[in-house]
Design a protein around this ligand. Structure first.
Ligand SMILES: Cc1cc2nc3c(=O)[nH]c(=O)nc-3n(C[C@H](O)[C@H](O)[C@H](O)COP(=O)(O)O)c2cc1C
Length: 135
């Protein structure tokens, strides 16, 4: 793992898709996820998504994310992730719970696309303020 840098990595137009079990352990990562994260898809599978967590992400965002999806609802948000080489990338993310026939959650699926500059700028400011009050 390389040191963190202030350099942005610009993602392509392919959707970045991953699936997890009910605990959040990655069970599937598409090719775009491998390319964008800088990890092999085989390295992503078996790990939680926190391996791509960026230090600029407030903990409260993930708490709300988990509260929402474990409650059976879809979660949408703008997420800053860290690449294996230390660079960062922003993604417009949707996470959906996967349920069995008895409505029990068996896992989650995330679909991420390039975030708009407007969303990135606004979110960046919000997260910066959240981090300031968190510490
Ligand atoms: C389907 C799914 C996708 C997720 N995608 C990301 C992601 O792209 N980046 C991220 O930092 N956390 C993501 N998470 C949240 C992580 O599981 C984790 O809660 C977060 O990285 C914070 O780490 P921590 O809970 O160890 O503090 C995702 C969770 C699920 C269930």
């Amino acid at each position: 793992m390389e040191d963190i840098t202030e350099e942005e990595y610009f993602i392509g137009s392919d959707a970045i898709i991953s699936q997890t079990d009910e605990k959040g352990i990655i069970t599937y990562a598409n090719r775009a996820f491998g390319e964008v994260s800088g990890y092999k898809t085989t390295e992503l599978v078996g790990n939680p998504h926190s391996i791509i967590r960026h230090k600029d992400m407030p903990a409260a965002i993930f708490m709300k994310m988990w509260e929402t999806i474990s409650g059976g609802q879809a979660w949408n948000g703008i997420v800053k992730n860290r690449r294996a080489d230390g660079r960062f990338y922003w993604v417009d993310t949707e996470i959906l719970p996967i349920k069995d026939e008895d409505d029990r959650i068996t896992g989650y699926i995330a679909v991420r696309k390039e975030a708009s500059r407007k969303d990135i700028n606004e979110t960046q400011e919000t997260y910066r303020k959240m981090l300031e009050t968190q510490e």
